[in-house]
Design a protein around this ligand. Structure first.
Ligand SMILES: [Mg+2]
Length: 301
């Protein structure tokens, strides 16, 4: 039998295997399998913990991204994950691998982009590591906090919930949104106060893939109205469903709370569909035709 590789089992297949064998001790409220880990270290808040790695040639190219943008994005991806749990980001450590011949000013500019965003979101940089590598690698580990009764998981969507998204989707690379998106911390805090979601995730791998995570973990299906999906500039429906790196929040709220979001003036929340009891993801087009789609987003392997 041929040796199985990452290409055979895929990113999520590999994560599932690691999760099944992970050693955990007391205090782990939610381990592998959500946007961030949820930890009980005493006190009135839970600690949130997430990490993201950016690798040159996989997640960014120097030719199309300024170094400030690379540094900013390295932190922004993790902030987005903390936001998706209903949390506030707090402390970060950064590990970097870089080729010997990387210029000092280039690295300093990456640091500048990181620091500017850190300041904006009140994140303290408190440590890190640096090593030589063949290509530029930046790994951010970020802590956050959330009140114990306010943490929002991917699991938790209920039949009849309205499905919302915080912004437009698709074509994020051409539109350059992948390089300068706004992590939706403020929107998430607004939601906690005005229409607490039953389930939430950030859209990093495309609507279909990330909604798929909510449905799988909640044990329900969804009907999405294609005409209500907010398409980004020049984005096709297909791109909105399967592209990556929009970093909007995707969440579900009970129907009776949805009105508060439809009327909201401070932020725009786009209502795109409903949670249903029948498993699967269904699209309804402008003529009322229904078709089932695969919950498949962008995969890194
Ligand atoms: Mg995420």
């Amino acid at each position: 039998m041929a040796i199985q590789t990452l290409a055979d089992i895929g990113e999520f297949g590999f994560i599932d295997r690691i999760a099944a064998r992970a050693h955990t001790e007391e205090g782990v409220i939610k381990g592998v399998g959500d946007d961030a880990a949820v930890l009980d270290c005493g006190g009135k808040d839970y600690l949130l913990y997430t990490t993201d790695m950016l690798i040159e040639g996989v997640h960014f190219l120097r030719t199309i991204m300024a170094p400030q943008e690379i540094g900013r994005k390295a932190l922004a991806c993790s902030i987005s994950d903390i936001a998706a749990m209903g949390g506030i980001p707090t402390y970060a450590v950064v590990s970097t691998g870089a080729p010997y011949n990387t210029s000092r000013s280039f690295l300093e500019d990456i640091g500048q982009g990181f620091n500017d965003l850190a300041k904006e979101y009140h994140v303290s940089l408190v440590g890190g590591d640096m090593t030589r590598s063949n290509r530029l690698i930046i790994n951010v580990a970020l802590l956050g906090k959330v009140k114990k009764d306010q943490v929002i998981y991917r699991a938790g969507a209920k039949k009849g919930d309205c499905i919302f998204v915080t912004g437009s989707l698709g074509n994020s690379f051409k539109n350059r949104k992948h390089a300068c998106f706004t992590p939706r911390v403020n929107e998430a805090q607004y939601l906690l106060e005005h229409a607490r979601p039953n389930a939430m995730i950030d859209v990093s791998d495309g609507l279909a893939g990330d909604l798929g995570h909510i449905l799988e973990q909640s044990g329900f299906g969804a009907v999405i109205r294609t005409t209500d999906i907010p398409l980004a500039k020049d984005a096709s429906l297909d791109q909105a469903l399967h592209d990556g790196e929009d970093f909007e929040l995707l969440f579900t709220v009970p129907a009776q709370k949805a009105d508060a979001l439809r009327r909201c003036k401070k932020y725009r929340f786009f209502e795109i569909g409903t949670i249903c009891s029948k498993p699967g993801m269904f699209l309804v087009d402008e003529k009322g035709r229904k078709r089932q789609i695969e919950p498949k987003g962008f995969e890194h392997f």
